[in-house]
Design a protein around this ligand. Sequence first.
Ligand code: ZN
Length: 196
Amino acid sequence: MSILPIYNCFHPILKIKTEPVKEINDDIKNLIADMFETMDNTGNGVGLAANQVGKSLSIFVINVSELEEYPDITPFACINPEILEYSNDTITISEGCLSSPELYQDIERPNSIKIKYYDHEMNEIVKTFDGFLARVLQHEYDHLQGILFFEKLSNFKQTLIKNKLNKIKNSKYDIDYNMINYNGTLKKSTWDKIDE
Ligand code: ZN
């Protein structure tokens, strides 16, 4: 297994809709294992999409086991997910993203969703989620469609965070994981630099 660099939200791969997975082979199994390891290495990630590690495939991984609300939810992968239903009631929660460090914004989304996906053994699963977990799944699902969370903000609010977004685009932030900049170069973890 290996820890992969995470792609900056301004890298073009994060704006492309991902391709469905056709079969679970060793490459896919290894990718999923690497995604879990990469997410856990960030220290605060609860979800990670495959295009965030440079693979344009319809897969995301979730780990909410550190949160006290979800003691029974073990880390899981969602392959080729499809959101079947969104609730009419909405909830506003502050969101962040491993691809856009130091940016947190209140985002309104449906409170619950019904989602169909395939697990790591290609078993079809249909489940309803609500609250924070439904939120994480919607954020990751959007990644697979090429949509970033701050694009959910009104045009006016996006204007207000323009400076923050420019800083992210120009890699002006400290992080403790490696990132691929928007132009494909590598920004090393701040901690690696301290060790050097
Ligand atoms: Zn994200």
